[in-house]
Write a protein that binds this ligand. Structure first.
Ligand SMILES: Nc1nc2c(ncn2[C@@H]2O[C@H](COP(=O)(O)OP(=O)(O)OP(=O)(O)O)[C@@H](O)[C@H]2O)c(=O)[nH]1
Ligand SMILES: [Mg+2]
Length: 373
């Protein structure tokens, strides 16, 4: 009798163990959306070992831990990353604030500060002319600090009325095309945006339209992997417009919302390469695709040179907005104002570092607060 009881208990325990293992495996395969993950072993009769306690704060499945979600909440603030630009401009402003009154020397110092910050001569002249007339009408009294407050409000006003929203079409997929000269941060920006848009619930396809540089596709594939976006690639040297076309077809077939299309960096002076870009834009706009953004990526550290590039790109492919990268690495934050005033293009996004979350919407008030702090 005792022997029969022991056998029954052992059998019951074995059955319970097998049941628990099946449930765990279903969770592992299901929660992370990787049912075909070869790292998940097929079911075996032995009971599953006790699961590790969850230390991640999340659901703790293996699939999720393989590809940690991008921490979108950990986005940097413009004010914290504007380091060098802030300190250079801030030092000049401190000297102006320390003056006893507003006189010609105050204006000279202000002119120097604006030019050093890369605001550019035409805009600097306009801003100073406006300030002079406001001082004459008594708006600033005789206080240099009040003068700087007026300048700050003029800087914010530069961006008034611009539409900085990234547009999507009512019928997906929308295509956002990224253009610019070499090394400005196009691919990195696409990677950051794929993470951001994916986290906000949009399904994203990235198109490896840089078929010129062999490593470009791998670089984009790494970002796609991190953000969970699909990637469409072509052979090295393939026609970039055919890759973008395929990506749009893929997105439409999958019901994806967004195609982020990378392109090879190119000099705005190369006629054949600018023609190639026009073709990419034309092909991307074929139904079912709608090109809702052509984003010109500019590197803030190249300063006024960016303006020349921007004019050529804007003319060739109807640029809808600017992504200004590497604002964390320049002492010349004033380039933001020059771009707005000289090109009339909205600055939609700002790059503040190399990480996935180092991309923020451009906020003029925050920018001015940081610069004039
Ligand atoms: N500090 C900083 N580095 C950045 C930022 N954006 C991009 N980078 C870096 O700039 C370098 C070039 O970036 P890519 O994304 O490869 O530039 P790209 O425009 O795609 O370059 P090509 O494809 O060669 O034309 C990389 O080392 C990036 O990590 C930024 O906002 N801040
Ligand atoms: Mg690239």
């Amino acid at each position: 009798m005792t022997v029969v009881l022991i056998v029954v208990i052992v059998l019951l325990l074995a059955l319970l163990g097998a049941g628990t293992a099946t449930v765990l495996r279903r969770n592992q395969a299901g929660l992370g959306g990787r049912a075909a993950d070869p790292s998940i072993a097929p079911a075996e009769p032995e009971p599953e070992p006790e699961p590790e306690p969850d230390r991640s704060g999340g659901t703790g499945t293996r699939a999720e831990n393989d590809a940690p979600p991008v921490p979108v909440d950990a986005r940097p603030r413009l004010a914290d990353r504007l380091g060098r630009a802030k300190s250079l401009f801030g030092t000049s402003l401190a000297a102006i604030r320390g003056r006893a009154r507003i006189d010609d020397a105050t204006f000279e110092e202000l002119e120097e500060a604006l030019l050093l910050a890369d605001v550019g001569l035409p805009l600097t002249n306009r801003l100073l002319a406006d300030l002079r007339s406001r001082v004459r009408s008594g708006e600033a009294g005789d206080s240099p600090t009040a003068l700087l407050d007026l300048l700050k409000s003029d800087v914010v006003a530069l961006f008034a009325g611009e539409d900085r929203e990234l547009q999507v079409a009512s019928d997906p997929p929308s295509v956002w095309l990224f253009v610019g000269v070499n090394g400005v941060g196009k691919t990195t920006t696409i990677g950051k945006l794929a993470a951001r848009e994916g986290a906000s619930g949009r399904s994203v396809v990235v198109a490896a339209g840089d078929t010129f540089r062999a490593a470009a596709g791998d670089q984009l594939a790494m970002w796609a992997e991190r953000s969970g976006a699909d990637i469409v690639r072509g052979a090295d040297g393939a026609d970039p417009s055919s890759v973008v076309f395929d990506a749009v077809q893929h997105a439409a077939a999958r019901g994806a919302d967004l195609v982020l299309a990378d392109t090879a960096g190119r000099l705005h002076t190369k006629v054949n390469l600018m023609d190639e870009l026009r073709k990419v834009r034309r092909v991307a706009a074929r139904p079912p695709g709608t090109v809702t953004e052509v984003l010109l990526v500019l590197d803030a550290t190249t300063g006024q040179n960016g303006l020349v590039q921007a004019r050529e790109f804007a003319e060739a492919v109807e640029v809808t907005g600017v992504v200004l990268t590497k604002l964390d690495g320049t002492a010349k934050g004033g380039i933001v104002c020059a771009i707005r005033s000289e090109l009339g293009l909205p600055i939609k996004l700002v790059g503040l570092g190399e990480g996935a979350s180092d991309l923020v919407p451009f906020d003029p008030e925050e920018f001015a607060d940081a610069l004039f702090a």
